[in-house]
Design a protein around this ligand. Structure first.
Ligand SMILES: [Zn+2]
Length: 134
């Protein structure tokens, strides 16, 4: 009995990159990964990151940042940077706005130093690929 020769197995696994000969999904226009800025060709229209590790690193950092900054951002917004509400609320709102601006500056500086995409570009990139959030 003779067997059919074994087919070569894909080297890139289940979800191969654009060079995977076993993956016949379309390849979308080249785009930069927000985490590493490397250009890649996604297999799905809404894919933003070059790999799951970069997607997760980005999401985890944003989660941590969001937990830190959200209370200050909301207090600043609710008091219109400390110009609305009772005197105590105005004082808290002014402090919250200052903390929020300081944190935003720090996050921007960290992203620049690490060579990541800036948030304005990221938002543009994301809306283009995935549309606006509800
Ligand atoms: Zn990447």
């Amino acid at each position: 009995m003779t067997r059919a020769p074994l087919q070569p197995s894909p080297q890139t696994g289940h979800n191969g990159g654009p060079d995977d000969p076993w993956d016949n999904r379309p390849v979308y226009a080249e785009r930069p990964c927000p985490e590493c800025m490397v250009l890649f060709k996604p297999r799905m229209a809404g894919t933003l990151f070059c790999c799951p590790a970069h997607r997760d690193a980005f999401a985890n950092r944003q989660t941590v940042r969001g937990r830190v900054v959200t209370p200050f951002a909301l207090a600043a917004r609710i008091t219109r940077d400390g110009t609305r509400g009772k005197p105590e609320a105005r004082a808290a709102g002014k402090k919250a706005a200052a903390v929020m601006r300081r944190l935003y500056q720090r996050y921007r500086d960290e992203d620049r130093a690490a060579g990541r995409m800036d948030m304005a570009e990221y938002v543009e990139h994301r809306i283009k690929a995935q549309g606006e959030p509800e």
